[in-house]
Design a binder for this molecule. Structure first.
Ligand code: NAI
Length: 398
């Protein structure tokens, strides 16, 4: 079929298999161009099909020659209906891994469930014995807690008082003011239940109890802080409470992992255009200014550059891992540089529908957004028929 972007709000309903493949190939080429990383050899990535998780899978496989198992929740294609992009990304990853002679298997299902955890452990035991690294990179709006049977929905709201600021509709470029009403206590608890550390902890307990972790194994989950400009809706909002919980969980997991001389960390990453971040009000305007400023200073990074740097300059240097005073690894260091944030603070009040094209990098935002769905790659002829109904090599059925 011929596949075109069908955009609704902050999501795109279609995705292009050839474009997604190109996106994965570009990331693989980048990692290869940076040379070998002396990293983990047997890696489990939870949330492995898009964004930071896919970048982690690629950095492990093509940076360190690792065997990888990826867990994700994606919509398979149907005749005449494209799959979600993470499906096509994973098809492409599996193909490239096979070409390179690398072990790679994937599990498509709800990572929050007991069933997916059990299946993953069974696969690790059968094929790899143990894993040396577990990357936890889930971003989800809902979680069914398997212990309680309660379905939790996360919200992106401020706490305590309404929050008014500017945002941009990145499709039209219209800058407007929005007010987000504050959450209630239940919203906080629900958001923490979905995006906090509870499920990460359940995964690590299950892996450890099954003897599926190697001696000296490490686990890393991803967090975000950001500037004071966005803190009412991010770090001091409901999602920030979840990130506080995730960061605290790193310590309790680290304690348990002492038994195998293992380690657990949170890495604070940079704000980037992903499916998850496009859904947060105010953040798209911030990102479009951030991209402009960081590109001008030649320090812009995407997911793959971030994770390649996390691996090569933080996790696998052979030295003790550097953290901040709260025990977190920081690869948001360039985003948070004073000169970068000072420039954004100056631009922020000036940003309007009329001025944003000059002040911000809206074209960069839009093009990154489309690329998440496999659109906008100059090498791809989008007028050509493509096979949408792609099977995934290496997919393990549940
Ligand atoms: P993303 O939306 O690109 O990826 C989410 C992944 O989770 C996908 O592989 C998806 O299939 C998987 N997933 C979602 N629900 C699932 C479920 N129930 N079962 C199995 N897999 C499921 O998200 P992104 O942005 O890469 O986020 C990953 C982590 O990085 C999150 O913790 C996020 O908060 C964090 N982060 C994101 C930043 C950003 O600007 N995008 C900045 C810093 C941290």
């Amino acid at each position: 079929m011929i596949i075109e972007p069908k955009i609704r709000g902050f999501i795109c309903l279609t995705s292009h298999p050839a474009g997604c493949e190109k996106n994965i190939q570009n990331q693989i080429e980048y990692v290869k161009s940076k040379g070998n990383i002396n990293g983990a050899k047997k890696v489990l990535v939870i949330g492995a099909s898009t964004g930071f998780g896919m970048a982690s899978r690629i950095s492990s496989a093509f940076g360190s020659g690792a065997s990888t198992i990826g867990v994700f929740f994606e919509k398979p294609p149907q005749e005449g209906k494209p799959a979600s992009p993470g499906w096509y990304n994973s098809v492409a990853f599996q193909k490239e891994a096979a070409k390179a002679g690398l072990y790679a298997k994937s599990i498509n299902g709800d990572a929050f469930s007991r069933e997916v955890k059990a299946k993953t452990i069974e696969l690790i035991k059968a094929d790899l014995g143990t894993v040396d690294l577990v990357i936890y990179s889930l971003a989800s709006p809902v979680r069914m807690n398997p212990e309680t049977g309660i379905l939790h929905r996360s919200v992106l709201k401020p706490i305590g008082q309404p929050y008014t600021n500017k945002t941009v509709d990145f499709h039209t470029g219209v800058v407007s003011e929005i007010t987000i009403e504050p959450c209630n206590e239940e919203d906080i608890a629900n958001t923490v239940a979905v995006m906090g550390g509870d499920d990460w902890s359940l995964w690590m307990d299950a892996l450890m109890n099954a003897g599926a972790l190697s001696e000296n194994a490490m686990t890393v989950a991803y967090s975000y802080i950001g500037p004071s400009l966005t803190e009412a809706v991010y770090r001091k909002g409901t999602i920030g409470r979840a990130k506080d919980h995730l960061e605290a969980t790193a310590f309790s997991i680290a304690d348990k992992m002492k038994a195998i001389h293992g380690q657990a960390f949170v890495s604070v990453n940079k704000a980037l255009v992903t499916q998850a971040s496009s859904a947060i009000p105010v953040i798209p305007l911030y990102i479009s200014l951030l991209y402009k400023v960081m590109k001008e200073k030649q320090i812009h990074e995407g997911c793959i550059e971030q994770i390649q740097r996390l691996y090569s300059e933080r996790l696998f240097t052979g030295n003790k891992i550097d953290t901040d005073e709260k025990g977190r690894i920081r690869v948001d260091d360039w985003e948070m540089r004073t000169d970068v944030q000072d420039d954004i603070a100056t631009l922020w009040p000036q940003a309007t529908t009329e001025t944003l094209p000059a002040l911000g990098d809206l074209p960069g935002y839009k093009s990154e957004f489309l690329k998440l769905f496999g659109f906008g790659f100059p090498e791809i002829d989008y007028t050509k028929d493509v096979q949408e109904n792609l099977e995934m090599p290496g997919l393990v059925s549940l």
